[in-house]
Design a protein around this ligand. Structure first.
Ligand SMILES: [Zn+2]
Length: 372
C-alpha cells in the first residue's frame, strides 16, 4: 500500500510527508475518525514510506529492498498489534499473523467484523490482551534491525483494557530512538486520557461523496449512477459503501427481526417476544450490535418519514413500504426513548450479560414505548 493507492485524504498525506521530510515525526501518532475512511491504509503507507531506503518526492519507491520486504509483510521493523480472540494456543498477535496479513492482502478497508471472520471467531469479543502489550514493549525496546525507523501500528487501541494500556504508557512516555507508534482508532472516547496526552492526534474526516463514487467506479466496477447513490448514503465511509454494494443477507434478516419486534411489541405478544429474544440471541455479539445499530437507524428513518421530506430518507424499498404504516407510531414522545433503549442494549452486550434476558427486557420496553 502506497500513499498513491489510498483513497482521498490528501491533506493527511501531505501533512505526514511534510513531517517526514522535516524529520519531525512524533514518536506516537493517533489516527482517529470513523471506520472506513482509510486510517489503517494511511498508517501502512506511512510506515512503508518511513522505511523506504529511496524515498521519492511523494511516496515510497516500491522497489528498494525495504519496500520489497514491506510488500511481503516481512520487514523486521514494521510491526502490528490488533484485537484478538484468545484460544488455547493463541495468546498474542504473533499467533494470528497469517490471518492478519491475509486480510490486509485482500483489502485495507475492513472492520472488526471482517477481522473476527478472518480469525474464525465471528461471534466473539476481541481484545488486545495484556500479554500482547508486553510483547509490544519488548519489540519496541530493541533498536531497529535496519538502523532506521521502527514502526508499530496498533489497530483499535480502544480494545485494550486499562492495565494493558498502563503498561504501554511507559513505552510511550520514554520511547527508544526512532520508534514511531501509530494508533488507529475508530473511537477515542474509551482510550485512557493518559494515553491520549502522549500522542499527537490526526483526525481523519469523512470522505467526500465524489471521492467515494469515483473509487467505486474505478476499483469496484460499479456503474456511475449506482456509485453516486451508494456514496451519498455511505456517510463518508468507503467501507460502508462497499458493504452496501452487497445487500447482504444480514440486512434482510435485520429488517425482518426489526419488523417482528415492532409488530409483536404493538400486539403485546409476550410469548412471541420471548421467542424473538431467543432468535436474536442466537446471533453472535458483533452481529447483535450491528442489529441494534440498524434498529436505531430504522427509528430515525421512520421518525423523519413523518416530515414528508423524501430527500432526508435513506430506506430501501422494503423498509419504505414498512414505513408507510409504521412511521406514525414513532413520534417526538418516544423517539428518544427508543434510541436510548437500543443504545443501552448495545453497551450491555460488551459486558458479559445474559443476552436472552437483556433482549427480552428490551422488547418489553418497546411495548411501553410504542404506545406513547
Ligand atoms: Zn523503497
Amino acid at each position: 500500500m502506497l500513499f498513491g493507492n489510498v483513497i482521498g485524504q490528501e491533506d493527511v498525506k501531505a501533512m505526514l510527508r511534510r513531517l517526514a521530510k522535516a524529520n519531525r515525526i512524533p514518536h506516537a501518532l493517533l489516527f482517529s475518525g470513523q471506520q472506513g475512511v482509510g486510517k489503517l491504509a494511511i498508517a501502512i503507507a506511512f510506515g512503508r514510506y518511513l522505511l523506504c531506503e529511496n524515498k521519492q518526492e511523494d511516496d515510497a519507491c516500491n522497489q528498494c529492498p525495504a519496500c520489497r520486504q514491506s510488500l511481503k509483510w516481512s520487514h523486521p521493523d514494521l510491526h502490528f498489534s490488533f484485537p484478538i480472540v484468545k484460544k488455547n494456543t493463541v495468546q498474542v498477535c504473533a499467533d494470528y499473523l497469517k490471518e492478519w496479513y491475509g486480510l490486509l492482502g485482500s483489502s485495507l478497508y475492513f472492520g472488526l467484523d471482517d477481522w473476527l471472520d478472518a480469525m474464525g471467531a465471528p461471534d466473539k469479543n476481541a481484545l488486545i490482551p495484556e500479554a500482547e502489550c508486553d510483547s509490544i514493549i519488548d519489540q519496541m525496546s530493541i533498536s531497529s534491525y535496519e538502523g532506521g525507523y521502527k514502526v508499530m501500528i496498533v489497530w483499535l487501541p480502544e480494545r485494550m483494557n486499562a492495565s494493558a494500556a498502563n503498561n504501554l504508557l511507559k513505552t510511550l512516555e520514554e520511547p527508544s530512538r526512532n520508534t514511531v507508534f501509530i494508533l488507529v482508532s475508530n473511537d477515542t472516547s474509551t482510550i485512557l486520557p493518559t494515553i491520549m496526552s502522549r500522542v499527537q492526534e490526526i483526525v481523519f474526516r469523512p470522505l467526500p461523496t465524489d471521492v467515494i463514487a469515483d473509487a467505486l467506479v474505478r476499483r469496484n466496477a460499479v456503474d456511475e449512477g449506482m456509485a453516486r447513490q451508494l456514496a451519498r448514503i455511505s456517510g463518508g465511509s468507503y467501507l460502508k459503501a462497499l458493504q452496501l454494494i452487497n445487500v447482504n443477507s444480514d440486512s434482510v434478516a435485520f429488517f425482518e427481526q426489526f419488523a417482528q419486534l415492532m409488530r409483536k411489541a404493538y400486539g403485546r405478544d409476550l410469548p412471541a417476544l420471548k421467542e424473538w429474544a431467543e432468535d436474536v440471541t442466537a446471533w453472535g455479539k458483533e452481529k447483535q450490535k450491528a442489529f441494534l445499530d440498524y434498529c436505531q437507524n430504522m427509528i430515525r428513518e421512520n421518525f423523519m418519514y413523518n416530515f414528508h421530506r423524501p430527500e432526508l430518507n435513506f430506506m430501501n424499498d422494503q423498509e419504505a413500504q414498512f414505513a408507510v404504516r409504521f412511521a406514525r407510531f414513532i413520534n417526538e414522545r418516544n423517539v428518544k426513548g427508543f434510541m436510548e433503549e437500543f443504545s443501552r442494549a448495545q453497551k450491555e452486550i460488551n459486558h458479559n450479560i445474559n443476552s436472552r434476558t437483556m433482549f427480552f427486557a428490551m422488547a418489553l420496553q418497546c411495548i411501553l414505548l410504542i404506545k406513547k
